[in-house]
Design a protein around this ligand. Structure first.
Ligand SMILES: [Zn+2]
Length: 387
């Protein structure tokens, strides 16, 4: 099959005057000079959602708390009222909407056992991080870890990709468990420095997280900011993804870059929860591999990679440290993939990357495309894999 798009996204840039030959399995045989009339669509590698919680889809628009800490309290209580059947359905809906939005690969955080089935059902590839939260469960730690292991088995039963145990966040997991997960040496994804409260707790034993930990009788090493704290436990290495990193200092960005830790940026969620604006420009300049994540619909809103890209541009601009549309497109595709250890996620000869036709009229630049496209613009190229 020959694809003759108006333009091809290569390295985040719109390149016109090219056509792409693929076989029935979706392998790219040739990228060559255009020989026929182009059609009115743009060809792109499919999106990689670098951070997701499918199971919170049913809470979209339901939580009114604004600040990070109040929001965490609100979602924790809302979860208690959900039935397993609801949560399973929410995962299926969210997986379907990811597919409609052009996402082929998800780095999924799952506290329950249904993400694997939902991703498989909708043809989504990815990696599942089975969340460990031990906060408030320290007295029944063995039972808690047993539940996590059972949920992980359920996810793995229905899903071909890898499923790893992962700590939800440094403050929601006890220190011994944090240490043992790092020592196991597997791939890890962990929420880090999403709000200022985390550093207030780890460095100064102050703020709402400190209060909650005192009330729950949690004890741990304090006196360091969270990035050096995690460094001491073995988290600064390749194969680790830090999610958010809103409240990090320049020296910490350098540590993250030097260690080869990847970062997931979720700007719509961060704005909704009044988190500090993530230093994206500095991260990219330091050479950190940053992926774009849709986080959960409960905080980010509708599952829509184009809306996430628009917010990434807007937030960087508001900080006065702009990023380019091409960089943001790479975060949603090639760099996002690379941040999760997937290499070659681009349209080139011999590649098997899933591809999208994005139907927009008159996109002259990647910026135009981000400004005008929506999930309704997306059509999958490789029906053997998706749809
Ligand atoms: Zn998250």
């Amino acid at each position: 099959m020959t694809l003759r798009p108006h333009a091809v996204l290569i390295d985040g840039r719109l390149e016109s005057g090219l056509e792409v030959e693929i076989d029935a399995a979706g392998e790219v045989h040739e990228v060559r000079a255009l020989e026929g009339d182009p059609e009115e669509y743009v060809l792109s590698p499919a999106f990689v959602n670098a951070h997701s919680h499918l199971e919170y889809r049913g809470l979209q628009g339901q939580l009114t708390a604004r600040g990070y800490y109040d929001w965490i309290q609100a979602i924790t209580s809302a979860k208690l009222a959900q039935t397993p059947a609801q949560v399973r359905e929410d995962c299926l809906v969210a997986a379907y909407e990811n597919q409609l939005s052009g996402v082929a690969y998800i780095a999924e955080h799952s506290d329950r056992p249904y993400s694997g089935e939902a991703m498989s059902h909708h043809g989504l590839d990815g990696i599942i991080f089975q969340e460990v939260i031990t906060f408030g469960k320290e007295s029944v730690l063995g039972d808690r870890l047993g539940e996590v292991a059972e949920n992980m088995r359920q996810n793995a039963r229905h899903f071909d990709g890898d499923v790893h145990i992962n700590p939800h966040a440094p403050w929601t997991v006890d220190e011994a468990t944090l240490r043992s997960i790092a020592e196991a040496g597997g791939r890890i994804s962990i929420h880090v420095a999403e709000s200022v409260h985390e550093n207030d707790y780890f460095e100064k034993d102050k703020g709402p997280i400190a209060q909650a930990c005192r009330k729950a009788g949690v004890t741990r090493t304090l006196g360091l900011r969270v990035v050096p704290y995690l460094a001491g436990l073995g988290y600064l290495r390749q194969g680790v993804q830090f999610v958010h990193c809103c409240d990090v200092e320049d020296g910490e960005i350098d540590q993250i870059a030097t260690a080869g830790v990847a970062v997931a940026h979720c700007p719509r969620s961060n704005e909704a929860l009044d988190c500090p604006r993530m230093p994206l420009r500095e991260m990219l300049d330091a050479g950190v591999l940053v992926g774009l994540g849709l986080d959960s619909a409960a905080s980010s809103g509708p599952i829509d990679m184009f809306a996430e890209m628009r917010m990434a541009l807007e937030v960087a601009q508001k900080r006065g440290a702009e990023v380019t549309p091409e960089e943001v497109w790479r975060m949603a595709t090639t760099m996002g993939a690379e941040s999760l250890g997937l290499h070659g996620w681009e349209i080139g000869e011999g590649r098997f990357v899933p591809m999208l036709k994005i139907h927009v009229s008159d996109a002259q630049s990647t910026g135009d495309l981000i400004a005008t496209a929506s999930p309704r613009s997306v059509e999958w190229v490789t029906p053997t894999v998706h749809n």
